[in-house]
Design a protein around this ligand. Structure first.
Ligand code: UGA
Length: 472
């Protein structure tokens, strides 16, 4: 099928590469000419596993890039809108990019097409897109507007797209529903997964083929907002439970295991930490709250979900302060700058928010992140962070190591080397990557989230310690 995707951000670009891998002819449109030039030249603008392979496989063949929306729209039967919907100062979604694209599509449409909303948008956006396209069409043209929300996570975007828990198609017209069903047929028929060069399943528990859910456009729009809000709520809930665990000396990991084994609750997205961030949850929870308000429903629960999240960061700063006593002039080694592991995306990063707070308190920061350092260097030079080549360089002579994201690399550190590098063997872990008892055994004072702080029993922690037998 011939597919145009307007917007080449995380969702647009990954969807374009994956649709090409499913066998479709895809053209990706963006008004950022530098980005298009880079994509044409073979660059990969985001850190995403399997994306470089897919772009190499299809670039210039089934996957093309252009700055010309008219060219793309006039040749395609399906036009996806995957542009940004950032929050306004009031918290609702800024839909001006969606409207601008809808207007241009209206001006260019010359034969039937399905216009599909893939960006996360408030309920009724499909209806508004329909109206804008109709108002701008130069001649009466038949078209449909549908919603096909995307549920991929950054860091695992390609496999999330190709092995989704479900595919949701919100279409009010049968013709549009049939076209979108055909688009996903390589997945729903299982055919894609039988191909020898298909991207491999991330684990054995993925559902093949994925179930297809056909709904009205309003329901599909709500499915997306409700899903993100629920996941954010689940994380805020477990963070609140973690705080109770700290108060009573319980271990939140044990609590999570016991709670998550209830199949009605599930283990996933039940990891406590420093709070959720990123370009989706903060924006979408606020936007869903605004949607509810507009419909006359006071969704106060979402207010609380956001409040717990903000408080979680403040608590973590207090935890670092409690562990180190004072923060002024302390040199801290920080692992993780992005909003989570596996990505270079620093939008709404809890790690950066925490670093800002630590800098305000007078700390100096030596940081390491496997993917996000270039971005922080370019976009946040005012922070004055020292960037390091690896975790041990960051830890060198530091008063403590602070873990802020959950990269696999951070969960498998050479602890003896780390111990030697640090000035004091103190680790404050915002992602619970290590068992506390093990860290104590290895000679660390180890504070984490929702678990008792562990300290080695055989030597004082807050004084200069002996390392490998010699006094530092
Ligand atoms: C999220 C959703 O998970 C996707 O389904 C959705 O498609 C996407 O938003 C979107 O709307 O585009 P993403 O923002 O990429 O995906 O990242 P997540 O893996 O969901 O993590 C979000 C935040 O929650 C991160 O800061 C992460 O560290 C935190 N988190 C996640 C936890 O603190 N605990 C958990 O158990 C899971």
């Amino acid at each position: 099928m011939r597919v145009a995707i307007v917007g080449s951000g995380y969702v647009g670009l990954v969807a374009a590469a994956c649709f090409a891998d499913l066998g479709h002819e895809v053209v990706c449109v963006d008004n950022d000419s530098a980005k298009i030039a880079a994509l044409v030249a073979g660059e990969v603008p985001i850190h995403e596993e399997f994306l470089p392979e897919l772009l190499t496989r299809h670039r210039g063949k089934r996957l093309k890039f252009t700055g010309s929306l008219p060219e793309a729209v006039r040749n395609c039967e399906i036009v996806f809108i995957a542009v940004g919907t950032p929050p306004t100062p009031q918290g609702d979604a800024d839909l001006s990019y969606v409207e601008a694209v809808a207007r241009e599509i209206g001006l260019q449409l010359n034969e039937y097409a399905v216009i599909v909303e893939k960006s996360t948008v408030p309920v009724f956006t499909c209806q508004r897109v329909r109206r804008v396209v109709t108002l701008n069409a130069s001649a009466p043209i038949e078209f449909d507007v549908a919603s096909n929300p995307e549920f991929l996570r950054e860091g695992t975007a390609v496999t999330d797209f190709l092995y989704p828990d479900r595919i949701v198609i919100g279409a009010d017209a049968e013709r549009a529903a049939q076209i979108l069903k055909r688009l996903y047929e390589p997945m729903t028929s299982g055919e894609y997964y039988r191909q020898p060069n298909a991207i491999a399943a991330p684990n054995a528990s993925v559902r093949i083929p994925p179930p297809l859910v056909i709904t009205s456009t309003q329901s599909a729009e709500l499915i997306k907002h409700a899903s993100n809000a629920f996941l954010a709520m689940k994380i805020s809930f477990i963070n609140a439970v973690a705080n109770i665990c700290e108060a009573v000396g319980a271990d939140v990991e044990q609590v999570c295991q016991g709670v998550g084994l209830d199949s009605r609750i599930g283990q996933r997205f039940l990891r406590p930490g420093i709070g959720w961030g990123g370009s989706c949850f903060p924006k979408d929870v606020m936007a869903f709250r605004a949607v509810a308000q507009e419909c006359g429903y006071d969704f106060g629960l979402l207010e609380e979900v956001m409040r717990i999240n903000d408080e979680q960061r403040n608590r973590f700063v207090r935890k670092i302060r409690n562990t180190l006593w004072t923060l002024k002039s302390k040199r801290l080694a920080v692992l993780g700058l992005a909003f989570k592991g596996g990505t270079d995306d620093i939008r709404e990063s809890p790690a950066l928010a925490l670093i800002e707070e630590l800098l305000r308190e007078g700390c100096t920061i030596a940081a390491y992140d496997p993917a996000a350092m270039d971005r922080v260097r370019a976009e946040r030079p005012e922070l004055g962070i020292t960037f390091c080549a690896n975790p041990y360089e960051a830890a060198d002579a530091a008063d403590a190591l602070i873990i802020l994201t959950d990269w696999d690399e951070f969960a498998s550190l050479d602890l003896a080397r780390l111990h030697t590098a640090l000035k004091y063997p103190i680790v404050v872990d915002g992602r619970n990557l290590y068992p506390p008892e093990m860290m104590a055994e290895k000679g660390f004072m180890y504070a984490s989230v929702g678990r008792p702080t562990a300290a080695p029993s055989h030597k004082p922690v807050l004084s200069a310690t002996t390392v490998n037998g010699s006094t530092r």
